[in-house]
Design a protein around this ligand. Structure first.
Ligand code: BES
Ligand code: MN
Ligand code: ZN
Length: 509
C-alpha cells in the first residue's frame, strides 16, 4: 500500500473516496466530520435527524456524489462514544474503512487526518489500513484477492491554518512507523498462515534469511548436525521423530551508533534476546493430539514468526539497542524415531528433563534456545510462544499472558502493550508451583499437570533463563482470531509485534 500526504482542502480533494469519523450523538459535527464544508455537514445532519446516522462504533454510511466535495464518495465511520477514543479504536476505524471500500471495488482511499489526535492517530490509521487490507486467502484460486487498497492518502487539508495542514516531520515519521509495524505484522500473518507442508523448519529458515538479507540484518542458521553437536538435547528430542531436519535461526540487529550505545545507560547496553517458539507442526508426538482441531497446529510457530516480524520492523526503525532473535524450528511428530514418555533428555544447560508428555514440546525447544541465547551474549530474554491451551482458558483469544520474575522487565512489556493498545495481562509465577514439575528421576519434568498449566509451563521455561531477566509471552490464544471483524480478517493476527517494537524503540532513548 502506497501512503501519501495531501494537504489540499478536504472539499477540493480529488479522491474516489474520502473517509471521515464522527462520534456517537453528534456524528455530523464531531471527529473529522467536523472538518467537512457546511454543505456536506448539513446533509449529514439530515441523515442524523432521520436516524440513519448515529455515530455508533464502526457504523458505516456511504454517500455517493457528496455535496460540497470533489470526492466521488464520502464514507462516514462511527467512532462510538467520545470518551472511549483510543489508539486501538483509530486503528479499527481505519481498518473498517479499508475493508468496506475495497469490498466495493475501490483501490484507493483518503483518510481525513484528525487535528486532535496528532501524530499518534496517523500512526494508528496507517496501521489499521494496512492490517485491514490483509486476507489469509493466498491459496484461493477463486476469490477476491485482487480486491486490495493500494493507495492511502492522508488528507491533512482539514487541519486549522494552511501552514499547519502541511505534514510535519513528526507526522511523516508516524506514518512511516505505522507502515513498518503493520507490514511486519502482515509478514508474521503470512508465515503463521502457511500450511505445514510448505512451512517446514527449512522453509522458515529460508524466509528468515531472505528477510534478513532484504533488511540488512545478520542471519545464521544452525542445521541439524550443529544442533546435535552443540548438545541442544531438548530441542533435539522434539526434532528426532520428524523426517524434516530442525533449524535454529539466529538473527542479529546492531545499532549503527554502537559506540554511543556502549556509553549510554544500563538499559541501552543490554543485549535483548528475543526467542520465539518455531514448531512448524505440533501433532503432540507419541502423546498424540485428538484429530478434531489438529490442523490449527500449523500455527505453532507463531512465536518464532512474531520475533522475525519484530526484527523486520526494527531493522527499519533502528532502535539504539542490540537485539538478537532466536527461533528453534522443528516439527513435533510421532514415528519410530520419536522421543517417548518416560525418556530422559539432557538439555544444553546440562539440566536433565524427564518427558512425561511429548505434547509439552514447546518448553523443551525454548529451554535450549534460551540457553543458547545467553551463550551468544543476551543479557535480557523475552520469549513468545504458543505454549499452552491453559492460557486460552484463562484469557481467551483477546489477551496475551505475561510471566516473569523480574518485575521491572515485566512492567516494561506491560507498559508497551498498554501504549500500543495490545491486550496483555500478568499471570503469577511463584516458587510454590515448582513442586508440580519436580521429578525423582531427573532435574525437571516437562509437565506440571492440568492445574495452573500456563504458569508451570512458563516457569519451566524460566528455569533456563536462570538469573537473566526474562519475560514470557504465551500467545496461544492471541495468535489467531476465529472471528471475521469489520476491521480485520479471520485468521492470524500478528499480535505482539507492536508491543515488542515499542519496547525496543523506547529502550535506547
Ligand atoms: N502448541 C500447544 C499449545 C496450544 C494449544 C497452542 C492450543 C495453540 C492452541 C502446546 O505444545 C501443547 O500441546 N501444550 C499442552 C501442554 C500439556 C501437554 C502439558 C497443552 O496445552 O495441552
Ligand atoms: Mn504440544
Ligand atoms: Zn506446541
Amino acid at each position: 500500500m502506497k501512503i501519501e500526504f495531501i494537504s489540499s482542502s478536504l472539499a477540493q480533494l480529488p479522491t474516489p473516496a474520502l473517509a471521515v469519523t464522527g462520534f456517537e450523538g453528534s456524528p455530523a459535527s464531531s471527529g473529522t466530520a467536523e472538518l467537512l464544508p457546511p454543505e456536506t455537514r448539513s446533509l449529514l445532519e439530515e441523515l442524523k435527524a432521520g436516524g440513519e446516522l448515529t455515530g455508533k462504533a464502526l457504523e458505516t454510511t456511504l454517500l455517493h456524489r457528496p455535496p460540497g466535495l470533489a470526492a466521488k464518495k464520502l464514507l462516514l465511520v462511527g467512532a462510538g462514544k467520545r470518551e472511549k477514543a483510543s489508539r486501538d479504536l483509530t486503528r479499527k476505524l481505519a481498518g473498517a474503512v479499508t475493508r468496506y471500500l475495497r469490498a466495493r471495488g475501490l483501490h484507493e482511499l483518503a483518510w481525513a487526518v484528525d487535528g486532535a489526535g496528532g501524530a499518534e492517530s496517523i500512526e494508528a490509521a496507517v496501521e489499521g489500513a494496512i492490517l485491514g487490507d490483509y486476507d489469509a486467502d493466498r491459496y484461493r484460486t477463486e476469490g477476491n484477492s485482487e480486491r486490495r487498497i493500494d493507495r492511502l492518502v492522508l488528507a491533512t487539508g482539514g487541519l486549522a491554518a494552511s501552514a499547519a495542514s502541511l505534514p510535519s516531520e513528526a507526522m511523516r515519521q508516524a506514518a512511516e512507523r505505522g507502515r513498518v509495524i503493520a507490514e511486519a505484522q502482515n509478514f508474521v500473518r503470512d508465515l503463521v498462515n502457511e500450511p505445514s507442508n510448505r512451512m517446514t523448519p527449512t522453509y522458515l529458515a529460508e524466509q528468515a534469511s531472505q528477510m534478513a538479507a532484504r533488511f540488512g540484518l545478520e542471519c545464521r542458521v544452525l542445521d541439524a548436525e550443529e544442533i546435535r553437536n552443540r548438545k541442544l538435547g531438548a530441542l533435539w528430542a522434539v526434532a528426532q521423530g520428524s523426517e524434516e531436519p530442525p533449524k535454529l535461526i539466529v538473527i542479529r540487529y546492531e545499532p549503527a551508533d554502537l559506540a554511543e550505545v556502549r556509553h549510554a545507560s544500563a538499559a541501552t547496553s543490554s543485549v535483548i534476546g528475543l526467542v520465539g517458539k518455531g514448531v512448524t507442526f505440533d501433532t503432540g508426538g507419541i502423546s498424540i493430539k485428538p484429530a478434531a482441531d489438529m490442523h490449527e497446529m500449523k500455527t505453532d510457530m507463531a512465536g518464532g514468526a512474531t520475533m522475525l516480524g519484530v526484527m523486520q520492523a526494527i531493522a527499519q526503525l533502528k532502535p539504539r539497542v542490540r537485539v538478537m532473535a532466536l527461533v528453534p524450528a522443528t516439527e513435533n511428530m510421532p514415528s519410530g524415531k520419536a522421543f517417548k514418555p518416560g525418556d530422559v533428555v539432557t538439555s544444553m544447560s546440562g539440566k536433565t528433563i524427564v518427558i512425561l508428555n511429548t505434547d509439552a514440546e514447546g518448553r523443551l525447544v525454548l529451554a535450549d534456545a534460551l540457553t543458547y541465547a545467553k551463550e551468544l551474549g543476551a543479557t535480557v530474554l523475552i520469549d513468545a510462544a504458543t505454549l499452552t491451551g491453559a492460557v486460552t482458558i484463562a484469557l481467551g483469544n483477546i489477551t496475551t499472558g505475561v510471566f516473569g520474575w523480574n518485575k521491572e522487565w515485566v512492567d516494561k512489556v506491560l507498559a508497551s502493550a498498554a501504549a500500543t493498545g495490545e491486550r496483555m495481562w500478568p499471570l503469577p509465577v511463584d516458587d510454590e508451583y515448582r513442586e508440580q514439575y519436580k521429578s525423582m528421576i531427573a532435574d525437571l519434568a516437562n509437565t506440571g499437570g492440568r492445574y495452573g498449566g500456563a504458569i508451570t509451563a512458563a516457569m519451566f521455561v524460566g528455569e533456563f533463563a536462570g538469573d537473566t531477566p526474562w519475560v514470557h509471552l504465551d500467545i496461544a490464544g492471541t495468535r489467531w482470531s476465529n472471528e471475521e471483524k469489520p476491521y480485520r480478517a479471520k485468521g492470524p493476527t500478528g499480535h505482539g509485534v507492536p508491543t515488542l517494537v515499542h519496547l525496543l524503540m523506547n529502550l535506547g532513548s
